[in-house]
Write a protein that binds this ligand. Structure first.
Ligand code: KMH
Ligand code: ZN
Length: 276
């Protein structure tokens, strides 16, 4: 059994900075959070950025500055979100790749997202996947529901393996409108992995109160972990999350208990086929 790849998703597009002041929103806050998270066991940072008013943005100049600042200050694999916010148009989401990340997210289908819809048409998915192949950007395939694993299988069959040659996906569990954050749902997903290329790896994240059950289930199933304030802002009942590092430290402690040490950024790059 390998170590544990821990991704931190520190910001997201949905949490309101005014309601959650600990959320890293400015570039300085994001870089500081990323450094702290690397120190306690993260190896990938999944990045959404905010504007000066802490609203989500896909501004390309800001994205380029963010990639550069995170590379300067950390060894983390920088994974830009191409999901953005539910209101972001497809062309702006595709343009994220122009910021030159090593890695980017790529969602495998449309899903109801609370009161909203997170739209991911087949043609858009194909465009994102093939642009990533052309630019050498390694995808993390985001899976919000079981059927999206079949979409991933179809994508790889028709359009080939991603840059780096390794398939890595993230099960996002517990979004209202997607699959629940349960052991049964995770087991159904892991059973479906047999239809994907040999060596496919997965991480899992549970939204809100699904955080801990999904974390434990993923470790038990040989999976990796994603945690962060994009996905939960409550550490325990009645106890707000103090920092992203607090969530990463807890994930790393569980990984060690499972005798699967957190992977370093170098080990993560080697696993995913990202050049050192
Ligand atoms: N903010 C969600 C609408 C991703 O980053 O690729 C989409 C999301 C997925 O967070
Ligand atoms: Zn995201």
């Amino acid at each position: 059994m390998t170590g544990t790849l821990i991704t931190v998703a520190p910001t997201g597009a949905e949490v309101d900075k005014a309601a959650v002041p600990a959320l890293p929103a400015s570039l300085a806050e994001l870089v500081a959070a990323a450094k702290e998270c690397q120190a306690v066991g993260a190896s990938i940072v999944h990045v959404h950025i905010r504007d000066d008013d802490a609203r989500p943005t896909l501004d390309l100049g800001r994205l380029r500055d963010t990639v550069a600042a995170l590379r300067d200050a950390t060894d983390l694999v920088v994974q830009l979100s191409t999901g953005g916010a539910v209101t972001d148009p497809e062309d702006a989401r595709l343009a994220v790749l122009e910021a030159g990340p090593e890695m980017a997210s790529c969602t495998m289908g449309t899903v109801n997202f609370g009161e909203d819809v997170f739209l991911n048409r087949w043609e858009f998915i194909v465009e994102l996947h093939t642009r990533m192949q052309d630019r050498g950007v390694v995808p993390e395939y985001e899976i919000f529901d079981l059927g999206q694993l079949s979409t991933l299988e179809r994508l790889l069959d028709r359009h080939g393996l991603p840059a780096g040659g390794h398939v890595h996906l993230d099960l996002v569990m517990g979004v209202p409108g997607g699959m629940p954050g349960t052991v049964a749902a995770l087991a159904a997903c892991t059973a479906a992995l047999r239809n994907l290329p040999d060596g496919t790896t997965f991480s899992a994240t549970g939204i809100g109160r699904a955080t801990l059950p999904v974390l434990l289930a993923s470790l038990a199933a040989g999976g990796h972990l994603r945690v962060g304030m994009e996905d939960t802002v409550t550490y325990a009942k009645g106890r707000p999350v103090e920092s992203n590092a607090q969530l990463v430290a807890r994930a790393a402690a569980f990984a060690r208990l499972a005798q699967r040490e957190p992977m370093t950024p170098a080990q993560t790059r080697a696993l995913l086929g990202i050049p050192a």
